[in-house]
Design a binder for this molecule. Structure first.
Ligand code: FAD
Length: 283
C-alpha cells in the first residue's frame, strides 16, 4: 500500500522543528523511519505532516562520562543504532547497550534506525525501551514550552504509547553507567536472528564482595510495556517472581504459555550470567 498524503518539512534548526510541531497537531517526527514508514505504508498511521529531524544539528552524538552522578552514556536523537553499537567507550561504560543492540533488527535497519526513536516509539517488543527502564535512565525532550527530563519509569504508558506530548522532540537519552560491583547480561529467543524477540530477558546485578545485594530483570515481548521486576528476594527462582508480575499474552508469534516457558528458561540463565559478569569485573 501507499501512505496517505502528508506534508513534509525538513527543518535545519531545532526551534523551527518545534514550532512546526506546535502549529500542526497532526504532525509527526520522522527520525530513521524504520518503524514509522512501514506504519505509513500500511496506513496504520496517517499524520498530516512529517517533520524530518535528520537535518537538525548536534543530535548525532554518543558521549560517555565515567565519573560522578552523570556517569553514563548520552545518546543524541540522530545517533543510529549501529553508531551506538560500535562505540567502544559506550560498551565499556554500560555494557548492556551493546549486548542488547546486537539483537536489534538487522545491520541495514540499525544503520538508519535511531536508538532514541526506538525508545520513544515505546514498543514492548523492542530491546532499548526495556534497557533504558532497567538501567533507570531518562530521556530529555524539547518543545516550544522548554525542556524537561522524563525518567524511564514515567515514559511508557501502553503499547506504542509514551508520555511525550505530540509537539515534543526527544533530543537525548541517558543510560547510567554500570557501577563497580555491577554485572549485566541479555539473551533473547527469536525465530531468526534480527527478528523481534519472542521473549528477551536482561539482568542487572549488584555485588558486595561475593553477595548479591540487588538483582533486577527486564523483559521484552512479555507484556504491553517494557517491564522490570526486582528479583533480589528471589535469586533461587527469578522466573516465578517475574511471572507473578508479568502477564504474557497470546499473539500471532507465540502463545502466552510458550512465552511463560521461555521466561522460565531464560530468567535463571541470564541472572547467572549477570552475576558471573559482576564477579569477572571484580576480578
Ligand atoms: P521512526 O521510525 O522515524 O519513528 C518511530 C516513532 O517514534 C514515530 O512515531 C516518530 O514520530 C517517533 N520519533 C522518532 N524519533 C523521535 C524523536 N527524537 N522525538 C520524538 N518522536 C520521535 N527494533 C527493535 O527494537 N528490535 C528489533 O528486533 C527490530 N526489528 C526490526 C525489523 C524490521 C524489519 C524493521 C523495519 C524494524 C525493526 N525494528 C526493531 C525497529 C527499529 O529498531 C527502529 O529503528 C526503531 O523502532 C525506530 O527508530 P527510528 O529512528 O527508525 O524511528
Amino acid at each position: 500500500m501507499k501512505p496517505a498524503p502528508f506534508a513534509y518539512l525538513r527543518p535545519t534548526g531545532l526551534e523551527e522543528a518545534l514550532a512546526a510541531l506546535a502549529e500542526e497537531p497532526g504532525a509527526k517526527v520522522l527520525a530513521g523511519g524504520q518503524s514509522l514508514v512501514p506504519l505509513l505504508s500500511m496506513r496504520l498511521a496517517a499524520p498530516s505532516m512529517l517533520v524530518d529531524i535528520n537535518a537538525l544539528p548536534d543530535l548525532g552524538h554518543v558521549s560517555t562520562s565515567r565519573e560522578g552522578d552523570g556517569a553514563g552514556v548520552r545518546v543524541g536523537a540522530l545517533a543510529r543504532h549501529a553508531h551506538v553499537l560500535a562505540d567502544r567507550d559506550a560498551a565499556e561504560v554500560q555494557p548492556l547497550l551493546a549486548l542488547a543492540l546486537s539483537h536489534v533488527a538487522h545491520p541495514t535497519i540499525r544503520n538508519r534506525g535511531t536508538t532514541v526513536g526506538s525508545i520513544v516509539h515505546a514498543d514492548a517488543a523492542a530491546e532499548m525501551p526495556m534497557v533504558l527502564r532497567l538501567l533507570g535512565g531518562s530521556v530529555d525532550v524539547a518543545s516550544v514550552r522548554g525542556r524537561r527530563t522524563i525518567p524511564a519509569g514515567d515514559l511508557f504508558l501502553g503499547p506504542l504509547e509514551s508520555t511525550l506530548a505530540h509537539d515534543e522532540i526527544a533530543v537525548e537519552a541517558f543510560f547510567p553507567a554500570l557501577p563497580a560491583g555491577g554485572g549485566v547480561a541479555f539473551q533473547e529467543i527469536a525465530r531468526r536472528h534480527g527478528d523481534y524477540a519472542l521473549v528477551g530477558v536482561a539482568a542487572l546485578v549488584q555485588l558486595d564482595g561475593d553477595r548479591v545485594t540487588s538483582a533486577r530483570m527486564g523483559f521484552v515481548s512479555v507484556s504491553d510495556v517494557p517491564t522490570v521486576v526486582d528479583v533480589t528476594d528471589a535469586l533461587d527462582d527469578p522466573a516465578a517472581k517475574a511471572l507473578a508480575e508479568l502477564e504474557p499474552a497470546d499473539d500471532i508469534h507465540a502463545t502466552a504459555a510458550y512465552r511463560a516457558h521461555l521466561v522460565k528458561v531464560l530468567a535463571p540463565r541470564v541472572l547467572a550470567a549477570a552475576t558471573d559478569h559482576a564477579r569477572t569485573r571484580a576480578g
